[in-house]
Design a protein around this ligand. Structure first.
Ligand code: PLP
Length: 337
């Protein structure tokens, strides 16, 4: 039986790539305003205001934006919508939800093909990807990639894939604010390109689940009947609109996380583990310790266990507050040395 002391011991959660800073007060106040009026459904005009703000932020046309309750749900819908007439290509490893939905579709008889990223650097094998994508109805790539933390595609490659395939290329830019790299502007040149993004990471609104897709008419037409079912809640939309009015806090979050990430990277390197370079708010680490994530959990540190896709010696750790990162580093030292 677990002791009371164990239950009271605070577990540090660095497993979901959340940022550790709460949203500004004005954003919380806006969410409260939405809550007070939550006997009413969200109005289309309110959702359109969010689309307008997101279009300014993303430097794309308003009509190219579809808002949903989280990027995950948009990616999952794309997998369902575009897999009916042909093969789906994903990378491996990738954001676990993509693998999870793809494997479910495979059980239903859909053809799924995984392109393995090349170790040790987890680069994308370009030739096999282009070859396999030619007859695919959907290709999904997270860029930056989760869990490796690296950029897989450049603009030239996106052009090449879009031009050589007959299906849709969906690029998930969940960590765009950290990578500072986007292909969102390319949707106006490619009818078969879609980009998903989220306000769950750098904006610090994970609990509110605001995601959006940037794409041309051809792709967004498939989503038009989902406008009502995928709408986010009223408090979420109010908070998202308010947060987009002044994004300096987002830039500050990114700066703080980047500084901490590099500090953790250097410190972890000194411990003797392999730390992969990252342009996100998390680090992929290869240890020599079997079941490393489980051992860290025993030390009170929850990290993501990517053993469904990689060896159980890997861990993926989110960058938290300085004291949380220090606690992680000392737990890591303990299990390694
Ligand atoms: C690559 C990637 N995309 C999207 C998401 C989630 O986005 P949302 O919270 O908007 O569903 C995550 C969450 O970890 C992620 O890693």
């Amino acid at each position: 039986m677990r002791q009371l002391g164990d239950l009271l011991k605070k577990v540090i959660e660095l497993n979901r790539n959340e940022i550790p800073y709460p949203p500004p007060k004005r954003v919380i106040e806006a969410a409260k305003k939405g809550l007070i009026n939550s006997n009413r459904y969200l109005k289309t005009s309110e959702l359109n205001e969010l689309r307008r703000m997101l279009s300014i932020y993303s430097k794309v046309e308003e009509k190219s934006i579809f808002v949903g309750s989280g990027a995950e749900v948009l990616i999952a819908q794309a997998l369902h919508l575009f897999s009916w007439k042909g093969k789906v290509v994903i990378v491996d490893p990738t954001f676990f939800m993509i693998t999870h939905v793809a494997e479910h579709l495979e059980k239903l008889g859909k053809k799924i093909l995984k392109i393995k990223l090349s170790e040790p650097s987890f680069s994308l094998p370009v030739e096999p990807l282009i070859e396999e994508s030619k007859d695919a109805s959907l290709v999904v790539i997270d860029n930056p990639n989760n869990p490796s933390g690296r950029i897989l595609l450049d603009r030239g490659l996106v052009d090449e894939i879009c031009e050589s395939i007959s299906g849709i290329l969906l690029i998930d830019e969940g960590y765009y604010e950290f990578s500072h790299f986007t292909v969102a502007d390319m949707v106006k040149n490619h009818l078969n390109l879609a980009v998903t993004r989220t306000m769950s990471k750098a904006f610090g609104l994970a609990g509110l689940k605001i995601g959006y897709m940037i794409a041309g008419e051809t792709v967004l037409d498939f989503f038009s009947h989902l406008d009502l079912p995928l709408r986010p809640s009223k408090p979420s939309v109010y908070a998202a609109i308010e947060s987009l009015k002044d994004v300096r806090y987002v830039e500050k979050n990114v700066r703080l996380i980047e500084e901490e990430r590099e500090r953790v990277r250097k410190e972890a390197n000194k411990i003797g583990v392999k730390v992969y370079p990252s342009c996100t708010n998390f680090l992929l680490i290869r240890t020599d310790v079997p079941y490393a994530a489980r051992k860290l959990k025993e030390q009170g540190i929850k990290v993501f266990d990517p053993s469904n896709q990689l060896s159980h010696k890997f861990i993926r750790v989110s960058i938290g507050l300085k004291e949380e990162n220090d606690a992680f580093l000392s737990a890591l030292r303990k299990i390694i040395l």
